[in-house]
Design a protein around this ligand. Sequence first.
Ligand code: NAD
Length: 574
Amino acid sequence: MSNGAFSIPRPVNEPVLSYAPGTPARRALQSAYETLYQAHTAIPQFINGVEIFNGKKIPIRPPHDHQHTVGYWCEGDQSDVRAAIEGALEARSRWAAASWEQRAAIFLKAADLIAGPYRAQINAATMIGQSKNAIQAELDAACELVDFLRFNAYYMEQIYKEQPESTASIWNRMEYRPLEGFTFAITPFNFTAIAGNLPSCMALMGNVVVWKPSDKQALSAHYLMKVFRESGLPAGVINMVMGDPAETAKTVFGHPDFAGVHFTGSTQVFKDIWEAVGKHIHTYKTYPRIVGETGGKDFVIAHPTAQLKPLATALSRGAFEYQGQKCSAASRAYLPKSLWEEVKETLNRQIERMKMGSPADFGNFINAVIDRKAYNRITAYIERAKESTEAEIISGGAFGDAEGYFISPTVIQTTNPKYETLVKEIFGPVLTVYVYEDEKWDETLDLIDETSPYALTGAVFSQDRYAIEAATERLADAAGNLYINDKPSGAVVGQQPFGGGRASGTNDKAGSKLNLLRWTSPRTIKENFIPPTDFPYPFMEKGGREQVEEQVREAVHKLKDLGSDIVSRLSEKK
Ligand code: NAD
């Protein structure tokens, strides 16, 4: 019980550390990397406040050094999932009733722990487990996650402050209850920040959560759970289960208290999830919320007036940072014939300077792709492009898996505007270029809109405002995040709320109020200080001639009553 209208400090984005040579942050990160690389970390499930070390031990191997083992995670089964659901439901009443500032304090503390004492460790875990270089880990595991935690707490307070109008003697109030039941978070391998955000933002709003991280992100997920616990998260509020994804989903979606799923991952998995929830709709006590951010086929279109170097850099960074394993990565570029040769030359020169290898060597810009399955999928596209008469590899195209899953940054040029690498999400370091005739700007905008089922991010490069306006209008439904003269990746919490439509998701904008609202079930309370005391309303009263006639009738009745009264009294006297 608190007596005070508290407010969350207005957040600013967490400053990005440079890790330049000689800096203390670089030394701390290198040391954390070395320690974790040589350690043998045991990763338990975390259910109802207890670490569970049962089950098969699955080794964790860095994608850039797949013969090396850095630990193992413990594979759970369906009895663990059921225990996690029960633990969550048990924790619900106290957690849902806890003052919001207590919930906020836990996640604000988590933000400070990640920004401070855990920064090097969580970045190192992301570098080792997900093969990210130092700056990619810093942008994700440290800065974006800290931003999510701080901005969510701030947005929660803003939501709670949003109240309905009141009138004389009526006080209307709105309370933002958590969902009734338990929620389910399913997170992808590619962002530690997303793994931290999905379960924590639901818990922040008072929900209890079963969280299934990607097993390819187990190492950094372990540190997230450690931080949440150290921040004071009560038992049962977030339960981390690690088991077969489809079986876990089956157990969760079959439960009557399932209240909502917060998913980030591939489009097909999300469609399967939606279908499973639909099939069980008669089982549930409430209509579950379904939020999913999924795949992308993100475009860059350049107008003939585009500036060369910013364009080439947006392509090289946009397509190849984190090996193109970002949902927002530039993966198809539409470039005018007049600029193409120069862009190609600049882009190729930049790619030649990109070194590839382990993230332990800070000189490497490119690291490994996540696992053998991804390696096989991506290299198959490259192999087919090598064979195709419609495609030409103009940069990269080499790969090797002797030590790690390495694929060099690859640029494919195609003459077929519907060539497969312009249409499908590859999720690897592959950029496909389609060169258009300069005068076909409008047709090319149509082409972009109609080529892929996704609508996540896109970028327009031009110095001509009319061209920018035309692209903005024509591509209104082609991207949930549109960039002008910038790469289509790198959204910052609080600045560019993120998410897309069509096959890219429900567009509930992670890192914004819009997303948090999905995890509440508002209750409106009306209080009347002076309630009415009789039922008739004014409309029932009579007016004008009708009223006069009524009054005359009443007067006549009264006179008649009086007359008969007098007559009866006179007869009594007689
Ligand atoms: P994925 O779909 O393979 O896995 C995502 C999560 O779903 C994992 O935890 C996985 O174990 C789980 N899963 C797999 N099969 C399942 C099933 N049948 N039922 C329930 N859960 C299941 O995706 P990924 O490879 O981890 O991540 C890459 C994908 O995520 C890409 O498509 C990328 O575009 C997308 N992504 C989108 C965004 C966004 O904001 N739009 C952000 C990051 C990643």
